[in-house]
Design a protein around this ligand. Sequence first.
Ligand code: AMP
Length: 475
Amino acid sequence: MTKFSDLELNPKVLKAIADAGYETPTPIQAGAIPPALAGRDVLGIAQTGTGKTASFTLPMLSLLARGRARARMPRSLVLCPTRELAAQVAENFDTYSKYLKLSKALLIGGVSFKEQDTLIDKGVDVLIATPGRLLDHFERGKLILSDVKVMVVDEADRMLDMGFIPDIERIFGLTPFTRQTFFFSATMAPEIERITNTFLSNPARVEVARQATASETIAQSVAMVKSSRRDRADSEKRALLRKIIDDEGAACSNAIIFCNRKTDVDVVAKSLTKHGYDAAPIHGDLDQSQRTRTLDGFRAGDLRFLVASDVAARGLDVPAVSHVFNFDVPGHPEDYVHRIGRTGRAGRDGKAITLCNLRDEKALAAVEALIQKTIPRLDMPSDSAPPEPEPDQDSDAKPARSSRMRGKDKPAKGDTSETSQTGPKADAVKPASENPEKAKSRQNSRKTGGDARTMGMGDHLPSFIALSFDERRSD
Ligand code: AMP
């Protein structure tokens, strides 16, 4: 088995690794570090949890240990799809570079340009950024990328999901073609393949086993949600979630509750808080300081329930949680595996409970097809009678139906995991039998991606209301 000391890393980096308590390199580290130190490009096919961050951070630090950065000209660049991931990579750099005198800057949205400008002006060895914020700095003339010697693209498949690929291509074009590139992706979609063929030069390809199935230590179950009335479906679902949490009792020490949509993240967090549960939301529309505070609180064990969207939670290195609750079945089945992988880590037991209503049954079938097993159904007393919500329950938790709110309801750019329920939701109101006119109207609505929950319009839904999310999406 390879040891860190076999890897020819800088001795000061090795010392920091020993301090971190790592004994042996993970497979992605053992595979990626030697070619990276030899100056080759690396294509790493690995996902979060494999130790991939250190697999590029450690060789980068060793390569950068000699030399100094010039003003406004960073010597290396790490691109991450989300602010949280960028912040996490920055923390990794701090850990492993503690015995080196290297400077770094983190360029993410939600932080003032002025602070970031000051750092860049001084000259940084490592620049960690989200693509949009990096290009903003570049366009303001504050950043010169012609001295970048190493460039990393992390979580490229998520970049693709979020519509960042054109930005990435542009950034590649702004750096010297002599740079060394480390490129990481959990999957190799054709578009990702194209980018790597264009911008990587004879890369060492290092692939670690894809997590196709969830850990055996995770007990999975599904609670089928049957609402008594359509107008109560949402509040009954929240009541069911509380009941499930209560049934888990003290065994549920902390949990991540995943929702497909950002508005639901807010509503569920607010509703839980209102009912006396210690919960806070995290998603892309919240300001950075709030997101950081919430995550820190959750990591420190001060917050019991983190209500999250897939994108905000993706790749976050959160210590093991006792439970994962899926408030909705994710629209992308792979997200189910990622979500529940937050529990049952390092051989510990974990529980993953998914709420599924009629309109999510197709999505559930897709999840079961991916993991190749049927998830046991929870025997909920609610099968006969769903938990009765309080009369005014969650009235203050519902988002205002203003046009501004509807705008917020929109998924982030290309943020498919938060839009993917449009299809299944459109099936939600299909009655057992219906007249042909109604069926036609419903089909039209579905064709255009229209939200079949639109009520009060009779059968003649004005076409502008039936526009699909894609057509309405502007950012
Ligand atoms: P990542 O896949 O980069 O998000 O890393 C997942 C977790 O593994 C992080 O908490 C790292 O601190 C940890 N880790 C990375 N490399 C090692 C290693 N060689 N030995 C033990 N833990 C590691």
